[in-house]
Design a protein around this ligand. Structure first.
Ligand SMILES: Nc1ncnc2c1ncn2[C@@H]1O[C@H](COP(=O)(O)OP(=O)(O)OP(=O)(O)O)[C@@H](O)[C@H]1O
Ligand SMILES: [Mg+2]
Length: 303
């Protein structure tokens, strides 16, 4: 037993035990130290790998960016090419149409009934071609950011009337009634590019007539709230499958089920053009429909 001054005696076996536990502690300490060193090495390696992968990501990003810029240049060249070709096609097409109409109407001499009927077919083809060319030209100009809106204050009812008058003829042929919602007041005005909004309404009304069977109805209306002016075109036609509604405004989407009733097939660009025009105004366009229960197209113009 050992005894220190003023201290209690410590048994020898206790001292041996504390020596052993001190050694154990030191061993544990060294072990921890080694583990910390190993972790530090791992951390260093991770940092290195991370730096390398960051550099890799940066290189990949630079590469993608260059490719994206190249694609943008190619895309612009393509749009410019389409715009130029469509524009160049428009003038000769107008001349061809004028020439055929003159022959058809007997301005250049007598025409037999057979010849007239043949020329009717040619005129129909020329009209269809003109429609395709002008839609392709419109979409390429809109997508290329080349359209500037000419905004002014206009009466909603006047815009609707300008659309309904020429449409009435097409509608009458198949006994579809086209009308303006009586709720549209003569004092309802909005600020927009009237030519462009007439183009949107015309396509919506044309579609409504195209996909509405005999004795159906097409209604064009407008309403306003504090922020927006809203137009709608509603029909009692064949409607649109729920799964197709989200694809309506995508270029060249035409749905197999939607056979134009008594009309020629369109180009499938009309609604994509409408979307571009409305978005250029800062508005939204959408459709609500159910198969066999008609369709309603709405669009807003912020005021
Ligand atoms: N009121 C509607 N009722 C039912 N289906 C519709 C209606 N409006 C559009 N659709 C469907 O959406 C498709 C796309 O319409 P969109 O106006 O873009 O092209 P289109 O009328 O076929 O051709 P165009 O380019 O000559 O307008 C139509 O072909 C039709 O399948
Ligand atoms: Mg259309």
């Amino acid at each position: 037993m050992t005894r220190l001054k003023n201290q209690k005696a410590i048994p020898l076996n206790c001292m041996a035990a504390s020596k052993t536990s001190a050694q154990a502690l030191q061993a544990e300490n060294q072990k921890l130290h080694r583990e910390i060193e190993a972790l530090k090495q791992q951390l260093k390696k991770l940092e290195h790998d991370n730096r390398e992968s960051n550099e890799g990501i940066q290189m990949l990003f630079n590469d993608l960016y260059k490719k994206h810029q190249k694609l943008q240049v190619i895309d612009k060249l393509k749009s410019d090419f389409i715009s130029t070709v469509s524009h160049e096609l428009k003038t000769p097409l107008t001349m061809i149409k004028a020439g055929i109409s003159q022959v058809h109407d007997g301005v250049l001499g007598d025409v037999t009934q057979d010849q007239k009927e043949a020329l009717d077919g040619v005129l129909e083809g020329v009209n269809r071609l003109t429609h395709i060319v002008s839609e392709v030209l419109d979409i390429s100009k809109l997508e290329g950011g080349k359209v500037r809106l000419k905004k002014q204050t206009v009466h909603a009812s006047e815009l609707i009337e300008k659309v309904l008058k020429p449409s009435a003829l097409k509608a009458n042929v198949k006994s579809v009634r086209v009308m303006m919602d009586t709720a549209v007041g003569p004092d309802q005005t909005l600020v927009c590019d009237p030519g462009k909004i007439i183009q949107v309404l015309t396509n919506l009304v044309d579609n409504a007539i195209k996909f509405t069977p005999k004795d159906g109805r097409v209604t064009v209306g407008a309403r306003t709230d504090a922020k927006n002016f809203e137009f709608y075109v509603q029909d009692t036609g064949i409607g649109i499958d729920k799964q197709d509604i989200s694809k309506l405004f995508v270029k060249f989407q035409q749905f197999e089920r939607a056979e134009p009733l008594g009309h020629q097939h369109g180009t499938g660009l009309g609604l994509a053009i409408c979307k571009e025009i409305i978005e250029l105004h800062g508005g939204k366009i959408w459709a609500e429909s159910e198969l066999n229960h008609g369709a309603a197209f709405h669009f807003t113009i912020p005021q």
